[in-house]
Design a protein around this ligand. Structure first.
Ligand SMILES: [Zn+2]
Length: 280
């Protein structure tokens, strides 16, 4: 195909940020840091490899996902515990914070709520930054490994993709069928996963996660939360996923309560104040 004569000039146009986020209400990290110093552990869930676990976090509590035993990626779903129709909105979180999220970034909820479900308060992999391939950690670009895409690409049935693990775990927690639970499963935060897009073809890539046992990412619950975490069948996602080939390890989820006095001045996040008239 021939290019227009001004092709170089068109390509040379400087990009602008779609959603400048300097007007986003900033989380009070000093308050969270002070609260972190008062934590008492109140619950824990060990997520088995190629499986998922469900956990609850009351508003104003913290939860931490820790790598144990070996390098392992996790797929995280979050819901407002009082209404599972309000769930983590990966796409809008990406638009607001970028392709990968870290301390100070928030996990936003679906319309019409669009409020912070959780704020990241610690990330032991924050040092990683963006590598020479354009890769970074904790992505909101991947969706979740799932048996439908696998069926399309590989042809066989595989039942321990993150989508299925999350579906089974949620069904068991809610005491409903997997058919009923499946529509609540949504695009994830890929915890510890190192990903990016190739410069030449724009394709989604993964590479071995830099996470090591002891590394953790920690969140502050801005509302009452229900969470589900899958220990991805891809393990550290260095080679393959959606199969039993990769070495897989458990993940630890811990829930912590701060001293109540440490949260003075904080209140749960409020639903978005758009009037929902849509100009009608
Ligand atoms: Zn997965």
């Amino acid at each position: 195909m021939t290019e227009p004569t001004d092709a170089a000039a068109r390509r040379a146009v400087t990009p602008v940020i779609c959603y400048p986020n300097d007007s986003l209400p900033a989380p009070d990290m000093a308050l969270y840091d002070a609260a972190r110093a008062t934590l008492t552990k109140v619950d824990e869930v060990v997520v088995a490899p190629r499986d998922a676990g469900v956990f609850s976090v009351p508003e104003g509590h913290f939860f931490r996902i820790t790598s144990v035993e070996g390098s392992q990626v996790g797929d995280l779903n979050l819901w407002h515990a009082d209404d599972l129709n309000e769930r983590f909105y990966s796409g809008k979180t990406r638009a607001l914070h970028g392709t990968h999220i870290t301390r100070g970034d928030r996990m936003w909820s679906s319309f019409p709520h669009l409020r912070p479900l959780a704020t990241i308060t610690h990330d032991s992999l924050a040092w990683y930054g963006i590598d020479a391939f354009g890769g970074a950690v904790h992505d909101v670009i991947g969706t979740r490994c799932d048996p439908y895409t696998h069926r399309l690409l590989a042809g066989d049935m595989y039942h321990h993709c993150c989508h299925s693990n999350l579906t089974r775990a949620l069904a068991e927690h809610l005491n409903v069928s997997t058919d009923e639970a499946e529509p609540f499963v949504h695009d994830v935060l890929n915890v510890f996963m190192c990903t990016g897009f190739t410069r030449d073809t724009g394709q989604y890539f993964m590479k071995a996660s830099p996470v090591r046992p002891g590394d953790y990412i920690e969140f502050f619950a801005e509302t009452n939360l229900l969470g589900a975490l899958s220990a991805c069948p891809g393990g550290d996602c260095s080679t393959v996923h959606s199969s039993d080939k990769a070495a897989c390890h458990p993940l630890l989820v811990e829930v912590f309560a701060p001293k109540a006095a440490a949260l003075e001045g904080w209140s749960p996040s409020k639903r978005n104040s758009y009037d929902r008239s849509h100009g009608a």
